[in-house]
Ligand binder design. Structure first.
Ligand code: 3HC
Length: 723
């Protein structure tokens, strides 16, 4: 092998030049890589020993795209445009190679990776390979000709789908859509070389820039753009990048390749410098950083999870059991009465049937998952499972009794997990007699859907248990975030403030619909009241009842009585046909209910609150300020390791808009000084319960940001609850 550079190798095999990108871990197009690929293609073109060339990736993947770490170094629109012109010129040079050039794809060809592959004349892939233009998930558009070459290969509709959603397309579909040309079942390199020789024989060089038929007739292709733009009104929720991708695609169709490329370059520059992109890039790295726990090294031993059990077949318990079954892990599901067990199983079956009817899973997958769930009324079989998750009512005495039972009936190394959303897991841990094995695993409703798993570290939770918890999250296709054991942990501790402000805004004069709509326009999938109608008003009410019985409230400040009145009226949300909204039988469409306004007026009168009209901006500012201020307290107290951990939780647990980065990054973009000023203003207007978090004050005064906070001042270990 003749190394062209450390990053790209060149060798001749069977009269074919093999160009191997070797930039671990994902062969990103870091500085030096595009240059070296171009040089290798030039060399192959001139090399008398080479009849064709193959571009392939070393290690586990083809090129996974541009090196995202370098986006932050793009300082201006001009420098972005200059860089993009350079990369477009390189790709044109590669495409103009006189000998057939074949991209051989395994793993993933994403973003710039697919763009390099499309500048090759043909593409072959292993069956498990995936291709995609996921730039939109980073707040940008494909910037190396992706919006121009992809519609020419796959047609406008497919290219629009890929560039506006960013999903990874499996090889088989990519073949059907014309993105790749052959699937290689055996050894990829051998297959690619054979394919290259075939093309050398037939003299075939095909440039995707020259293919026009797939974007003809133009009117139809442009109509696909219009249709996509309209559909984005529902799904993009305030993000700009998906619309920018449509705009670039329109340029591809209307202007031709060269002018279209020039337009793509300009649009890319606008996007890459946007707050949206900065937020999404931060989130990309935060999503990976959550797996890194400073005092739990990567090589910490973990327990193999081969079987599981769940105690409690209510909404959460059933959803948790579904997670295990979906991951192929057999799970016992225990309830106290046959009636409760039957009810729980019926809901599980209904959930699977709904997924099957929508085509999300096959009948076979549904049958297999159901066969892995074993209902039971006893602890029989608990002595052999590797993990038990308790999902009984949020009541300390009940949980302690359950953990005492679990300590008795399970094997010594079994992990004992609790789905508590607020309570002190150290108390259950002590009750179990095996505190090192106890960890909080807080799922989010619906537990079988939401990606977040909030893992709670107790004072005696062992590193092995934590590492196993993180591994389980991955196995269940969730994002595990480890937090400290404070009241409400991180997710619900902050949500308590989010909801407090929503309730108070309602009493002060905003309507349920206005508050929900303001948050939906901000980018949330559903507003606070709609969310509660889905999760169940009874859940929060029962937690409040329990907390009051022990002299606590979920948040500081005035507690609205309206949610408790709804609970007393049996209005639990969608499941009872009425909550904050009214629901027609069998429908989930929220219908405004004048009764809520009456209740809000009554509550306001009781608290002597003068009602007034307010703007959507005021609503969003109050709610997001409350989140950021409490988030700052959590960070300062050391119950979350990093601001990114909080953001990942809010994006994956509550649907906080990705393009805003999460509540902490969003506060950074608003400006911490502005956030602090708001807290002071609210304090003057509403009372001392609005007091600034010390960390917010400190950073705002110093002109800093949550993300810019120095590593040295961050905790290395999560804090523990003081008893
Ligand atoms: N740039 C820089 N680093 C990257 C990267 C990239 N494009 N892709 C992955 N990495 C890093 C990750 O940060 C991680 O680093 P760490 O180990 O220090 O935490 C490491 O590579 C491994 O990544 P994952 O943990 O995500 O590994 P997986 O095996 O789970 O997933 C993957 C691999 C599917 C490639 C996933 O990493 C991924 O989706 N990467 C991003 C792909 C992408 O968005 N590409 C488009 C980039 S934008 C672009 O190309 C613009 C162009 O149009 C000009």
């Amino acid at each position: 092998m003749d190394p062209m550079s450390e990053l790209v190798h060149y060798e001749i095999r069977d009269q074919v030049a093999v160009i191997t990108v070797d930039n671990p871990p994902v062969n990103a197009l870091s500085p030096g890589v595009p240059e070296a690929i171009e040089a290798a293609v030039s060399r192959a073109a001139k090399d008398p020993q080479a009849r064709a060339a193959v571009l392939i990736g070393a290690g586990s993947t083809f090129i996974a795209g541009a090196d995202i770490r370098f986006f932050e170094t793009i300082a201006s629109r001009e420098s972005s445009i200059e860089r993009s012109h350079a990369i477009h010129a390189r790709l044109a040079h590669i495409e103009n190679c006189s000998k057939p050039l074949i991209a051989a794809i395994h793993g993933t060809a994403l973003g710039g990776g697919l763009e390099f592959a499309m500048a090759c004349h043909y593409r072959v892939a292993v069956p498990a390979a995936k291709v995609g233009q996921p730039e939109v998930l980073l707040g940008i558009i494909p910037g190396a000709g992706g919006t121009q070459r992809l519609p020419r290969l796959a047609g406008a509709a497919m290219a629009l789908e890929m560039c506006t959603h960013g999903q990874h397309i499996p090889a088989e579909r990519a073949l059907a859509e014309g993105i790749i040309d052959r699937i290689i079942a055996g050894d990829l390199l051998s297959g690619a070389i054979a394919f290259a020789l075939e093309k050398a024989q037939s003299g075939g060089v095909r440039k995707s820039r020259e293919i026009e038929e797939k974007i003809q007739p133009r009117a139809a292709a442009l109509a696909a753009c219009t249709k996509t733009r309209e559909a984005l009104g529902k799904t993009a929720r305030g993000a700009r990048a998906p619309y920018a991708a449509v705009e670039a695609m329109e340029a591809a169709i209307e202007l031709g390749f060269d002018a279209g490329s020039a337009r793509e370059i300009e649009i890319f520059a606008d996007c890459v410098l946007s707050t949206e992109s900065h937020a999404m890039v931060k989130l990309f790295f935060a999503e990976r950083e959550v797996a890194k726990i400073p005092d739990v090294p990567k090589d910490t031993p973990t327990l193999e999870i081969r079987s599981a059990a769940v105690v409690g077949a209510g909404t959460m318990g059933g959803g948790i059991a579904m997670n295990y079954a979906n991951a192929g892990i057999p799970v016992l599901l225990k309830e106290v009465t046959q009636e409760a067990l039957d009810r729980g199983l019926a809901i599980i079956r209904k959930n699977y049937q709904s997924s099957a009817s929508k085509g999300r899973i096959s009948q076979q997958q549904m049958d297999r998952a159901l066969s892995l769930i074993t209902p039971t009324l006893t602890f029989d079989g608990f002595d052999s499972v590797d993990i038990v998750t308790e999902a009984v009512f949020e009541n300390m005495d009940l949980k302690k009794t359950t953990f005492a039972d679990l300590g008795r009936v399970t094997k010594p190394d079994c992990i004992l997990a609790s789905n508590t959303s607020t309570l002190d897991i150290d108390e259950f841990a002590r009750a179990s007699g095996r505190p090192a094995k106890v960890i909080g695993t807080h799922y989010f409703s619906p537990a079988n859907v939401m990606k977040l798993l909030e893992l709670v570290r107790g004072s005696e939770t062992s590193k092995e248990t934590i590492a196993t918890g993180m591994k389980i999250a991955k196995k269940l296709n969730k994002i595990g975030v480890l937090v400290g054991n404070c009241f409400g942990f991180v997710a619900n501790r902050m949500v308590a403030y989010y909801m407090r402000e929503a309730y108070l805004l309602l009493e002060e004069g905003a309507s349920v619909q206005q508050i929900d709509q303001a948050l939906v326009h901000f980018g949330m999938p559903v507003g606070p009241f709609g969310m509660q109608d889905i999760a169940g008003i009874d859940v929060g009410a029962r937690i409040r009842q329990y907390l009051r019985s022990i002299g606590k409230e979920r948040s500081e400040g005035p507690q609205s009585v309206v949610p408790d009145w709804l609970f007393d009226m049996g209005r639990y949300g969608q499941k009872t046909g009425a909550g904050w909204y009214h629901y027609e039988a069998g429908s989930r469409t929220p219908i405004p209910d004048p009764l809520i306004d009456d209740l809000a007026r009554k509550a306001a009168a009781e608290r002597c609150v003068t009602r007034r009209a307010m703007t959507d901006e005021e609503i969003v500012a109050r709610i997001t300020t409350a989140l950021a201020n409490e988030g700052a307290n959590i960070l300062d107290e050391g119950f979350a390791l990093r601001p990114g951990d909080i953001d990942v939780m809010y994006v994956h647990g509550f649907g906080f808009p990705r393009h805003r980065g999460g509540p902490m990054y969003y506060a950074d973009t608003v400006g911490l000084k502005t956030v602090l000023d708001r807290v002071h203003r609210y304090r003057a207007e509403f009372g001392d319960y609005w007091h600034p978090a010390p960390l917010l004050e400190q950073l705002a005064t110093a002109g800093g940001t949550f993300y810019g906070r120095s590593r040295e001042s961050r905790p290395r270990e999560l804090a523990q609850r003081s008893h």
